[in-house]
Design a protein around this ligand. Structure first.
Ligand SMILES: Nc1ncnc2c1ncn2[C@@H]1O[C@H](COP(=O)(O)OP(=O)(O)O)[C@@H](O)[C@H]1O
Ligand SMILES: [Mg+2]
Length: 292
């Protein structure tokens, strides 16, 4: 498959190239066209090497979860199948990776839910015994399941900077207390629903990140949902607390980057073909376990 590192939609106004998605303004001012490209970011830096087909897998997964969680919260999807939209004009490379969405005003926090302690949550716990100001029981092991999933918001850092975990009170300062509570409650509900579903299919969703937006006064789920980019997926049958887990997500790439001693500052090194191949396999495996 040919990789799409960056999309070019002639005649359309590019609003933003995110780390993974290209966002275009449609003629209809209250809609956006979002293209999930094959870029992969690790440690908030975009790798120079694309992962061919990754954007299609992310789009399929997000669309699946957006549909499944409609009963919990509305989402931004208006149209998934764009084949009719631009006719021959629609670059066939964009097939399966472009969606038309409701344009929203993004809520200015990242909504993270953790059911297990890992990643930045684990690092914070080792240092302070708490995660985002929530004090945790003593003696937790790395990757251990938490008694209850916790809501651990972070800032939305500008491009090139890292999001920072913040206490719930800080989230209230940023978006207002009512909004912070709504986002928290919905996030926890979404996580529990999807974590149960995925567990039945052999995947632990250890943690996940959502973005919310306001559109026509309504709070909606935007961006992506329960993809290996936004979540840690672990195979149930290999799970064992007490260390890092083999995962379906880009942890594979992170491990490679750690092992080769990259300082996590741009530019990132090229990824070797076997790391790319293994990464695609992980994304495919995650998709096939969750869907069908
Ligand atoms: N429905 C929407 N309305 C407005 N903005 C959106 C919507 N869905 C996604 N976005 C924004 O589009 C961008 C998607 O690009 P992405 O590569 O995911 O960005 P990031 O580098 O922030 O992860 C993000 O800035 C996200 O907040
Ligand atoms: Mg994003």
């Amino acid at each position: 498959m040919k990789a799409v590192f960056e999309s070019e939609l002639l005649g359309m106004e590019l609003v933003k190239r995110g780390k993974v998605r290209d966002v275009y303004q449609t003629e209809d001012r209250d809609k956006l066209l979002i293209v999930a490209c094959d870029r992969l970011s690790a440690f908030d830096v975009v790798m120079p090497t694309p992962v061919p087909g990754k954007g299609i897998i992310l789009t399929q997964m997000s669309n699946f979860w957006f549909e499944k969680t409609r009963g919990i919260i509305s989402n931004h999807i208006i149209q998934e199948d764009l084949s009719s939209l631009r006719g021959d004009d629609l670059d066939h490379n964009l097939k399966g990776r472009a969606v038309i969405v409701r344009k929203s005003e993004p809520v200015q926090i990242e909504a993270i839910v953790r059911g297990y302690i890992s990643g930045s949550g684990w690092n914070e716990y080792k240092r302070t015994g708490s995660v985002c100001g929530i004090s945790m029981p003593l003696g937790l092991k790395e990757s251990e399941k938490l008694a209850e999933p916790i809501f651990t918001p972070s800032t939305k850092a500008p491009a090139g900077q890292h999001d920072e975990n913040i206490p719930f009170d800080d989230a209230c300062q940023i978006v207002g207390e009512n909004m912070a509570k709504r986002v928290r409650d919905i996030s926890l509900e979404l996580y529990s629903f999807a974590a149960d579903y995925a567990f039945g299919r052999g995947i632990i969703i250890a943690d996940t990140k959502f973005e919310f937006g306001i559109s026509d006064g309504e709070l909606i789920l935007i961006d992506e949902a329960f993809t290996p980019d936004s979540s840690r997926f672990w195979p149930v049958n290999e799970y064992q607390a007490g260390g890092p887990q083999r995962s379906f997500d880009k942890q594979y790439v992170r491990d490679y980057l750690e092992s080769m001693g990259w300082n996590k500052k741009p530019p990132a090194p090229e990824l070797p073909p076997d790391v790319i191949d293994n990464t695609i396999e992980k994304y495919k495996e995650a998709l096939s376990r969750i869907i069908d």
